[in-house]
Design a protein around this ligand. Sequence first.
Ligand code: ADE
Length: 254
Amino acid sequence: MRIDVLTLFPDVIDAWSRVGVVGRAVERGLLQVRGWNPRDFATDNYRRVDDRPFGGGPGMVMLIEPLGACLDAAQADSNAPGHVVYLSPQGAPLTQARAKQLAALPRLVLVCGRYEGVDERFVAERADEELSIGDYVLSGGELAAAVLVDVLGRLQEGALNDADSASQDSFEDGLLDCPHYTRSETRGTQGVPEVLLSGDHAAIRRWRRQQSLGRTWLRRPDLLAGRELGKDDRKLLEAFQADWRARQVGPDPG
Ligand code: ADE
C-alpha cells in the first residue's frame, strides 16, 4: 500500500514511518509513505499557504491553490489515483472496521489541515472522505494522519510477526481485548488466573472470550448495544455478569 500525506510538517510523518511495526512494514516493502508539503507549491514570494477567513473571525484558513497543486502533484506521481482522506474533527469517526476497508486499497492520500482548517471548496471538490480520530481538537491533522498510517500499516499482511496478534486485538471483532499476563521475576504467578496456567487450551480460549465479552460489557457497553450475541457468547457473558454482580455493591452497567 502507498500512502501520500499532504502536510506542512512532513517530518512528523517521516519519523512515524521509521519506527516499530510501521517502520518494519516500510522496510519489508509492504507500505510506502511519502510526505508532500503544500508550501512547496505556493506561488507568491512569501510562500503563503493560509489567509484570513471570509466573514472575519479568528484564525487562518488554508488556501485552496497550494493544496490543490500539491494534491495534483501527489496524484500524478503514480498511475493509480489515491483515495483522498481529509482529516478533521468534523469527519466520520475512524473505526477498526473502516480502517480494514481502507487498508485493502492500493493507495491513499491523506490531507492534513492546520490553523482553522482548509477552504471548504477544497474539501468538497477534492476529498473523497473526511475522517476524525476522536471527539477532541488537535492543532493539526498530522497526528491523526500518523494514527491512520499506524493503524493501516499494521493491517498490511506480513507487517506483524505473529499473525495471530492482530486477530485477537481489541475491536478486531468489535470487542475489547482480554487481559494478558506474563512471567514476573518478583511476583511469580501470583494474581494470574489459574486457567492460564492449566495448559487446557480450550478452557483458556473460553476464558479469554469471556473476559473480552465481560470487559466490553463493563467498559464499553455501547459496543454491545445493537449486537446479537451467539448462544455460547451469551452464556459466557451471563456467567461473567453473575460472577461480577456477586462481588459488587456498586452500580451495575446494565
Ligand atoms: N484535526 C484536528 N483535530 C482532529 C481530529 N480529532 N481528528 C482528525 N483530524 C483532526
